[in-house]
Design a protein around this ligand. Sequence first.
Ligand code: NAP
Length: 287
Amino acid sequence: MCVEIDGETRLCCLIGNPVSHSLSPLMQNLAFKIKGLNIAYIAFPVKREQLADAIKGLKALEFIGANVTIPYKTDVINLLNKVDKMAMSIGAVNTILNSNGELIGYNTDGLAAFKLITEKITNLKETKVLILGAGGVARAISYYLAKEGVELLFVNRTVQRALNLIEDLRKEFGEKSKLKLVKSGALHNIIKNVKLIINATPLGMWPNVDNSPLEEKYLTPDHIVFDTVYNPLETRLIKAAKTIGCPVIEGYKMLVLQGAFSFKIWTGEEPPIKKMERIVYEKLKNR
Ligand code: NAP
């Protein structure tokens, strides 16, 4: 699966904790091999107190770059030489490029979600979006949508966290932002006017596969349902949406696309997205 390692092999890695279940080594090593690039990708579980040394190590060992995952997407920002404007606004970096010894941070999570959304919806500006959650993923996605002036409604277990996100988005995008907090008890009032529903909570994730972030009775065939959860491949929410006849965006597609955008940042080459998607799909199907 991996390139044949020799004296010229360059490295790329995932930094996080835990990382053992990550699918990034699988899809990135396949992509490097398909493109004939002599690069190998490894996942490193890094202790918090060693995060700074691990990042310095990327320079010392001339890694081409890295992905960063939970719990370091925010902490890593202060350890880099430069951070892309959108990643800085979001407050999270998931991709690092080593550009001749200068470490530059990017966020490809939000970009991946945004691309998938625009493939399904062309008139975004007239679309109302309901975001369930206000954590890291909700943040990354909502920055890309708010930048386009999309109307966003937020529901979150911890109301203050959603209010903080709304305030940050208002500061960033000012007048053009159309943002609202919805109390979970008021969902039935607003849901029929919403076009896109995004689950950005872990509800429904393995092993708690019977959970759902939204009662099924709220879904109608006019909704488009995007679940960022990718394990299982078909969450309870996605199953319900498909049964009703809603178009869906599955979380594994976002996982692959964020990796594909990272690949492009590191190598400048077009990622073999379909093959990356296939290997991730097969792996998740057999989990
Ligand atoms: P996070 O920063 O920890 O945020 C989690 C969000 O979910 C918060 O809004 C939290 O609400 C809410 N939440 C958690 N447990 C809940 C519960 N039992 N009931 C109601 N709300 C709950 O996590 P994140 O980084 O945003 O990730 C969220 C999910 O996105 C992950 O679990 C993962 O499945 C998915 N994800 C997908 C991709 C992809 O590429 N497809 C990438 C990253 C993550 P509070 O504010 O009240 O705590």
